[in-house]
Write a protein that binds this ligand. Structure first.
Ligand code: ZN
Length: 234
């Protein structure tokens, strides 16, 4: 087993993993996500207000239509009133006209209330519309910062992938399959180094006896870390 070649590939892969880890935890992503949420909240609130405006508009329309019907009825009764002679009949008609007027007045109140709600909602929407460009600009800036940070990491990764090609080509087929299975078994790092008496894979210090065994592994074989079972390159 070519320890140094296995280690070279491991070091490249560990750097690639570190880049992927940084990519996932980019602070620029959190900033961008927060900006997205802020804008989405504005859009939701705007839609809610638009709903209020539409409902108020419909209520005004409805009140207008109903009011026009009442006006028609009232004019008909007033015309009728001019033709009746019997006082009792006239009284009944006047009473009916008064009822219509009261209904109309109640409708007018409803209409005014709806117009008020519409105006309030439109005012709140106008305030949101004033704020929106700033939120969109913040979002665009945050997205650009995230894109730049990701592009920079992608460039680093592309450089490392070229190095990985070279390191990987230096391995035999058996070494490649060993490397692949160790990497999978040990969460990305199957090949570790012995730094003084410490395994760089699990960071445990080897005892003197363990250390002696490791450094006296026969040439051509790779020792295992007695603690994490990664292959150690001494
Ligand atoms: Zn170890």
């Amino acid at each position: 087993m070519n320890g140094p070649a296995l280690l070279a590939l491991q070091l490249v892969d560990s750097r690639l993993d570190a880049i992927e880890g940084r990519r996932k935890r980019l602070p620029e992503r959190a900033v961008r996500d927060a900006a997205k949420v802020a804008h989405a909240e504005l859009a939701t609130e705007r839609a809610r207000l638009q709903g209020l405006v539409d409902a108020a508009y419909a209520a005004v329309e409805q009140a207008e239509t109903a009011g026009a019907e009442l006006d028609t009825k009232q004019r008909r009764l007033e015309a009728q009133l001019k033709t009746v002679i019997a006082p009792r009949e006239a009284e009944a008609l006047m009473h009916e006209i008064d009822l219509l007027k009261a209904k109309h007045s109640a409708l007018d109140d409803v209409e005014l209330e709806a117009m008020d709600q519409q105006a309030n909602a439109e005012e709140a929407m106008a305030l949101l519309d004033q704020r929106e460009p700033e939120l969109l600009a913040t979002l665009a800036d945050a997205q650009a910062a995230l894109d730049a940070a990701e592009a920079s990491l992608a460039a680093d990764a592309a450089g490392l992938m070229a190095e990985r090609g070279v390191a990987s080509a230096a391995l035999s087929e058996a070494e490649t399959s060993l490397y692949t299975s160790l990497k999978a078994r040990h969460g990305g790092m199957g090949i570790a180094q012995l730094e003084r008496h410490t395994c760089t894979g699990c960071h445990v210090d080897l005892s003197q006896v363990e250390y002696e065994q490791v450094v006296h592994t026969p040439a051509g074989e790779l020792p295992e870390c007695p603690h994490c079972a990664r292959l150690l390159v001494v």
